[in-house]
Design a binder for this molecule. Structure first.
Ligand code: NDP
Length: 319
C-alpha cells in the first residue's frame, strides 16, 4: 500500500477523518506527465521530432472550451506542439470532415481530437470514423476500439478508462480475480472500462459486471463489488449504503451542481456521494482531483505514442 499518494489538497483534513485512503489523481497525473515530458524531450533531442496534437472545437459550449484550453495548456507544458482549430457552431458536417482530412495529411500533427459533444447537425460517429486511426488519440475509432477489445495494449488506449487503470496500479490495487462493477455503458467510458478490466494481465483479470439505466437491483450488485467504477453522469448517485465495507470506489463523474454559495454559482460533484462512500471504502477518488487529471495525462501519452508510431512507419518505409 502506497500512502505517498494521499491527497494533500485543502480537503485533506476533512477527508482524513473518514476511513478511505484517497487516490490522489492530481499527484499521479503529475507523475505521468513528467514521464511524458521526458519522452517528448528525448524525441526532440534524438530524433528531431516534436509530437503534435490538433484539437478541434466546433461551437461555443463553455465546458468544452474549458476542456480544450486545458488540453492545449498541457501540450505547452510538456513540449508537445498543439494546433487549436475553432469552428463556428453552424459548421456543416462536410466542412468539419474536410478539416479532419487536412489534419490527417498534416505530418506535423500526430494526434487529432474533436471535442465532444459537437452541435446537433454533426454526426459524431461519422466524425470518429473520419479521423485516421493512426491519429486517433482518443481511441474512439472502431479499428482502435476493436484492437483494444482484442487485448492489444501497445496501441492507443481510451484515455479515461486507461487513466483509471493507472490510478489502480499506482496505488497497488490489484484487479485480478476481483469483482469490478462498472456503472454506465457509454462508448467513451463504461464499455471500454469494462473491456480493460476484463482483459488479461495487469489491471485486468477482473470479473466484470456492467450496470446501466435498465439494470434491476443495482444496489445489490454494487454491494457485491470489490471495485466500483461510477460513470453515469448523475451527481452523488452512488451512496455509502450501496457499497460494501472496504470497496475501492472510482468516481469518473463530473457534474455541475447549482450552488449559490460558490462564486461561479455551481460546484463540481462526482457520481458518488463522497462523504458516505468514504466512510466505508478502502480507497476512493475525489472529484475534482481524481480521474479528471488522468484523462488529460493519458491523452498526452497517446499523442507521444502516435508520434512514435508515425516515426517507426516512416523509418520502415525509408529502409
Ligand atoms: P453518458 O451519458 O454517455 O452515459 C451514461 C451511462 O450511465 C449510460 O450508459 C446510462 O445508461 C447510465 N445511467 C444513467 N443513469 C443511470 C442510472 N440511474 N442507473 C444506472 N445507470 C445509469 O455519460 P459518459 O459515460 O460520457 O459520462 C459519465 C460521467 O463521467 C459524466 O459525469 C461525465 O461528465 C463524466 N466523464 C468524466 C471524464 C473524466 O475525465 N473524469 C471523462 C468522460 C466523462 P443507458 O445506457 O441505459 O442510458
Amino acid at each position: 500500500m502506497d500512502l505517498g499518494y494521499k491527497n494533500k489538497n485543502r480537503e485533506t483534513e476533512k477527508l482524513q477523518s473518514m476511513s478511505a485512503q484517497i487516490i490522489d489523481g492530481k499527484t499521479i497525473a503529475e507523475e505521468v506527465n513528467r514521464e511524458t515530458a521526458e519522452e517528448v524531450a528525448e524525441l526532440k533531442e534524438k530524433k528531431g521530432i516534436v509530437p503534435g496534437l490538433a484539437v478541434i472545437l466546433v461551437g461555443e459550449d463553455p465546458a468544452s472550451q474549458v476542456y480544450v484550453r486545458r488540453k492545449v495548456k498541457m501540450c505547452e507544458q510538456l513540449g508537445i506542439y498543439s494546433k487549436k482549430v475553432v469552428l463556428p457552431t453552424e459548421t456543416s458536417q462536410n466542412e468539419l470532415l474536410q478539416v479532419i482530412d487536412e489534419l490527417n495529411h498534416d505530418p506535423s500533427i500526430h494526434g487529432i481530437l474533436v471535442q465532444s459533444p459537437p452541435p446537433p447537425q454533426i454526426d459524431e460517429a461519422a466524425v470518429v470514423e473520419a479521423v485516421d486511426p493512426r491519429k486517433d488519440v482518443d481511441c474512439f475509432h472502431p479499428e482502435n476500439v476493436g484492437r483494444m477489445l482484442l487485448g492489444e495494449r501497445t496501441g492507443f488506449l481510451p484515455c479515461t478508462p486507461w487513466g483509471v487503470t493507472v490510478l489502480l496500479e499506482k496505488c497497488g490495487i490489484s484487479t485480478r480475480g476481483k469483482h469490478a462493477v462498472v456503472l454506465g455503458r457509454s462508448n467513451i467510458v463504461g464499455k471500454p472500462m469494462a473491456a480493460l478490466l476484463l482483459g488479461k494481465g495487469a489491471s485486468g483479470d477482473a470479473t466484470v459486471t456492467v450496470c446501466h439505466s435498465r439494470t434491476e437491483n443495482l444496489a445489490e450488485i454494487t454491494r457485491s463489488a470489490d471495485i466500483v467504477i461510477a460513470a453515469i453522469g448523475k451527481p452523488e448517485f452512488l451512496k455509502g449504503s450501496m457499497i460494501r465495507d472496504d470497496a475501492v470506489v472510482i468516481d469518473v463523474g463530473i457534474n455541475r451542481v447549482e450552488d449559490a454559495s460558490r462564486p461561479k454559482g455551481y460546484r463540481l460533484a462526482g457520481d458518488v456521494e463522497y462523504e458516505t462512500a468514504a466512510e466505508k471504502a478502502s480507497w476512493i477518488t475525489p472529484v475534482p482531483g481524481g480521474v479528471g487529471p488522468m484523462t488529460i495525462a493519458m491523452l498526452m501519452k497517446n499523442t507521444v505514442r502516435a508520434c512514435k508510431m508515425a516515426m517507426n512507419e516512416k523509418e520502415c518505409r525509408e529502409n
